[in-house]
Ligand binder design. Structure first.
Ligand code: ADP
Ligand code: MG
Length: 638
């Protein structure tokens, strides 16, 4: 049915495209000039793609067309033209590529917009928002294009950026590539001025690797900055290139520029951004380094040059030693490519190690921005030692939640006989410091790492150990060994020992509590770890870690509350009193009330108490009784 193809096709934009257009058309964004950056970037991509096809040996038309971008204006008609000799588009490609928003910038922009409280204007420029940004300045856009494939006819796409667009065969002859014809809005005449266009290109597109000509005059100096000797590059050039690459408005935190000659030649120019450029957590696709082979771009955002935990790094890698016709699919299996990847990874880790040592302030900034992603590196077994050295934690020796220590710091402060590195997980420093599990560690002056993210525990448990020291959660530590260590706190007064008789009653009291709580706990034991708390729940040996249990509970994989051991502190005044009550009447209701309350308080601390009603009720009754006693003691009863 050649006939239908000859005719004009009218189509509507997809819903998300309409949304984007609506935002762009109506935004009062003051830097509308970035539309040119986007069109030039598309033109450059189209020519990169052509180069790539040609290195693969694909046949294409108009082989002698120069690969350059031409920009010119028609002042009288208020028109602006951007032309390239790239890969062009077929009819179907026009519909698919310009009818729906492309994967990269625009979609992320919409996502960031829906998730951020910021104004459109503050974030628009940070994204490659793509082709549609042209509608910030245009009342109509005509795209004329001829695919690089021989049998494809030239096509024309036209839209006013409102509801839809039309696609039809182009009447006139056309060489390979694309011309974007922009019918500027009446108040956008400035974009027909040569000096204005020139300054925009210099500002946003100076690193495009094809000549950009405005009215036939080349305005960019094409330089593969990463191939230049380090000594010849000024800081501003690096920063400019970084901003070009990332759309970041700030300078990078640091720059890694290296050139290796043997055994494999490659240059890498890498940047550590100041902040996390990924606005929405860990499930992003937008990362990777640009891979060049002999200055030809082979792949944008290659995801195999660096492991995912270093995905915050931006930049380019260029090698002489990879074959130009390498396909993206076989890259991963290429031995040379893998050697380059390993080398780049180890360069980044060494760079960070040096930063940690020489510029701790800067390293802290790095950690705050990218630590969350970096922590995922626990599975990089080849670099485990370097990686572990770079980890940072808050710990009991820090003065506040902000301070960070390394595992080497921890080891340097370890007690003589200490063989393990202890950690505890909690929501905040304040919450952790109230955790009864910590009491024995405080008493013995043993440092404990404070983890605020379950991922940290995953990382530590997968690492198993650092140097010779195993990681141990405080609730799985060997308390017997720790109890034998010396107290550091001189203010701890040895409690008066229980008499033999009371010891017996204490044992029976524990049996009684087990009776009361029944199947909800595995056993009741005397605690060696408590100082200020009367009771605590601990994991039986070899059970799942508390974090795992909590994660399964939160994710709904199990509804049941894990059965734990209840440990009782016989030196706590409450328990001492309870022994007295028990001695007098072993079936006193008060014992039941206290046992239930201790159990539920512990559950509450561990985050398992789902229904507080019974507990609140019990507390109110206890308060009522204690107020009675208080009034009696104070002799306030009339
Ligand atoms: P992105 O560049 O992030 O993919 P754009 O909105 O800028 O998104 O462009 C959408 C798509 O339209 C591109 O992916 C490309 O396939 C196609 N396209 C745009 N401009 C050109 C051009 N000058 N030559 C060939 N294809 C183009
Ligand atoms: Mg684009």
């Amino acid at each position: 049915m050649v006939e239908t193809k000859e005719k004009e096709t009218k189509r509507q934009f997809k819903a998300e495209t309409k949304k984007l257009l609506d935002i762009l058309v109506h935004s009062l964004y003051t830097h509308k000039e970035i539309f040119l950056r986007e069109l030039i970037s598309n033109a450059s991509d189209a020519m990169d793609k052509l180069k790539f096809e040609s290195t693969k040996g694909t046949d294409y038309v108009d082989k002698d067309l120069p690969l350059e971008i031409n920009i010119w204006a028609d002042k009288d008609k208020n028109l602006l033209f951007v032309k390239d000799a790239g890969i062009g588009m077929t009819r179907d490609e026009l519909i698919n590529n310009l009818g729906t928003i492309a994967k990269s910038g625009s979609e992320e922009f919409l996502k960031a917009l829906s998730e951020s409280k910021e104004n459109v204007n503050n974030i628009i420029g940070r994204f490659g928002i793509g082709f549609y940004s042209v509608f910030m300045v245009a009342k109509k856009v005509v795209v004329k294009t001829k695919s690089y494939l021989k049998d494809e006819p030239p096509m024309q796409w036209e839209s006013d950026g409102m509801g839809g667009y039309t696609v039809k065969p182009l009447k006139e002859e056309m060489k390979r590539g694309t011309i974007v014809e922009i019918h500027l809005k009446d108040d956008m005449k400035e974009y027909t001025e040569k000096y204005r266009l020139e300054s925009i290109v210099k500002k946003h597109s100076s690193f495009i690797s094809f000549p950009i000509k405005i009215e036939n005059e080349t305005v960019n100096t094409i330089k593969a900055l990463w191939r230049e000797p380090k000594s010849s590059i000024k800081k501003e050039q690096y920063v400019e290139f970084y901003k070009f690459l990332t759309y970041d408005t700030e300078e990078p935190l640091d720059i890694i520029h290296s050139s290796v000659d043997a055994p494999i030649q490659f240059s890498a120019l890498l940047f550590i951004p100041k902040r996390n450029l990924d606005f929405w957590g860990l499930n992003r696709e937008d990362y990777g380094l640009d891979l060049y082979v002999r200055r030809v771009l082979i792949q944008h955002k290659n995801k195999d040059l660096l492991p995912e935990y270093l995905s915050f790094i931006k930049g380019v890698v260029d090698s002489e030693d990879l074959p130009l016709n390498i396909s993206r699919e076989t890259l991963q299996e290429d031995i040379i490519f893998n050697k380059i990847a390993n080398s780049v990874t180890s360069q980044v880790l060494s760079f960070l190690s040096k930063m940690a040592e020489k510029e701790p302030g800067k390293y802290k900034q790095f950690w705050e921005a990218h630590g969350k992603i970096f922590k995922l590196g626990y599975s990089d077994y080849a670099n485990q030692e370097k990686y572990s050295k770079l980890l940072r934690f808050n710990s009991s020796s820090c003065k506040d939640e902000k301070e960070l220590i390394s595992l080497d710091d921890y080891i340097s402060r370890m007690k003589k006989k200490q063989k393990e590195i202890y950690f505890i997980l909690g929501n905040s420093r304040a919450a952790i410091e109230l955790d009864p599990h910590l009491e024995i560690f405080k008493r013995k002056g043993i440092e404990v790492l404070y983890l605020f993210d379950p991922l940290d525990e995953f990382a530590l448990t997968s690492l198993l150990k650092y140097k010779d020291f195993e990681f141990k959660s405080v609730d799985q530590a060997d308390i017997k060994k720790i109890s034998k260590m010396e107290d550091v706190d001189e203010n701890i007064k040895e409690k008066e020992k229980l008499s033999k008789d009371d010891e017996k009653h204490f044992s029976s009291l524990m049996a009684k509590i087990k009776d009361i709580l029944g199947d909800r706990i595995t056993e009741v034991k005397e605690s060696g770890r408590l100082l200020d708390s009367p009771a605590v729940l601990v994991n039986p040996d070899n059970s799942m870690s508390s974090t795992m249990q909590k994660i399964m509970h939160i994710t709904g994989q199990t509804k049941s509350i894990p059965k734990k051991i209840m440990e009782i502190n016989k030196n706590h005044p409450l328990i001492r009193n309870l022994i007295k009550v028990f001695k007098n009447d072993s079936n006193d209701e008060y014992i039941k009330t206290v046992a239930e309350q201790l159990y539920e308080s512990a559950l509450l601390m561990e985050g398992y108490l789902t229904d507080p009603h019974e507990m609140v009720n019990r507390i109110n009754k206890l308060l009522e009784k204690s107020s009675d006693w208080y009034v009696t003691i104070k002799d306030l009863k009339k």
